[in-house]
Design a binder for this molecule. Structure first.
Ligand SMILES: [Zn+2]
Length: 327
């Protein structure tokens, strides 16, 4: 069973402690500045003890409080010195975080880790039976409470873990369950590889630089939304015409034209003239059709396919598609 031995409170110089590397950053955070001000109400030092490992002086819990003490020019602090296996000390730090961290996300992450830890132990039947009255003795505090020694089903183990973590952190099992759930979802979202959307332009199987894929995708979504809204507005006008017995022909035509214009601007294809979207073939930069962009809009591609003279658009003749485009 994991236990923590408390060696009691001790006043030690802060410079004797082994602090995490981010203390300097913490000192500038608003939370730490507020914390420092609150010490005026608690005798110049934090009320809750900073926890330090006995012998090594490694900080287990209280990095923000230490940062606030440093901001106030405090040289010596009261720390609670404890001793235990690395697992038990890690759990103590998590319990501290779950109870004290000012960020809800950090609290929930700590709760989720505690739940996972306790569930695994419950399932492994790691808790030997102890009598109910064997609770907190003299200087021994059980970080984890004992349960039956046999293996448990995963559902039952999890329920028990919620209860244990709730007891250790002063929360309700229901709050622990929701916090763990939210933290798990958040971790899953962070871990999931960002799904690559399909290119919105015809790529002809060519390698297209990320910058072009991103830009065309963004333009595609803005222009599509715009065109759809314009079309919806035109439909609204038609309904109004029917209801009110009025005519908005000019306005409807204008909306129609604008929607068509927007769709004409949609990114459509890797430039079929230079077929050199990433510039490696050295045709892109001299290409009049795409102006070096490497891709074309729907309007320009339609010209190309219909065989209409693209020169009217400042584009080279269609037959330049297969060969040298630098004319
Ligand atoms: Zn081109």
């Amino acid at each position: 069973m994991d236990t923590i031995t408390r060696h009691g409170l001790k006043s030690v110089p802060i410079k004797k402690l082994r602090l995490p590397g981010d203390v300097a950053t913490r000192r500038r955070s608003q939370h730490v500045l507020d914390l420092g001000r609150s010490f005026a109400l608690t005798g110049g030092e934090p009320l809750a003890p900073i926890i330090v490992e006995w012998g090594t002086w490694k900080l287990i819990a209280g990095a923000d409080r230490i940062a606030a003490c440093l901001n106030r020019g405090v040289k010596e602090v009261d720390v609670l010195t404890v001793e235990g296996e690395p697992d038990a000390l890690a759990e103590l730090a998590l319990i501290e975080n779950a109870m004290r961290r000012h960020s809800a996300a950090e609290q929930e992450a700590a709760i989720a880790k505690l739940v996972a830890m306790h569930t695994a132990r419950e399932q492994a039947g790691a808790f030997p039976d102890v009598p109910d009255d064997a609770t907190q003795g003299d200087d021994r505090v059980k970080v984890t409470r004992s349960r039956g020694g046999r293996k448990r089903g995963s559902r039952k183990a999890r329920t028990q873990a919620y209860a244990d973590v709730a007891a250790a952190t002063g929360k309700t099992p229901k709050a622990v369950k929701s916090a763990a759930h939210r933290a798990k979802k958040k971790a899953e979202r962070a871990a999931a590889p960002a799904e690559k959307p399909a290119p919105v332009i015809e790529t002809f199987g060519l390698a297209v630089p990320e910058a072009i894929l991103d830009a065309t995708s963004k333009q595609h979504s803005v222009l599509t939304e715009m065109a759809n809204k314009l079309t919806a507005l035109k439909s609204a006008l038609t309904r109004l015409e029917n209801e009110a017995g009025m005519q908005f022909q000019g306005l409807k035509t204008a909306l129609d034209t604008a929607a068509r214009e927007a769709r004409g601007e949609l990114p459509a294809s890797v430039c079929p003239y230079c077929k050199d979207p990433d510039g490696t073939a050295r045709r892109r930069d001299g290409c009049n059709a795409c102006g070096g962009a490497g891709w074309l809009r729907a309007r320009a591609v339609a010209h190309n396919e219909s065989g209409a003279a693209p020169t009217a658009m400042g584009l080279p003749p269609v037959n330049a598609a297969k060969g040298n485009s630098s004319t």
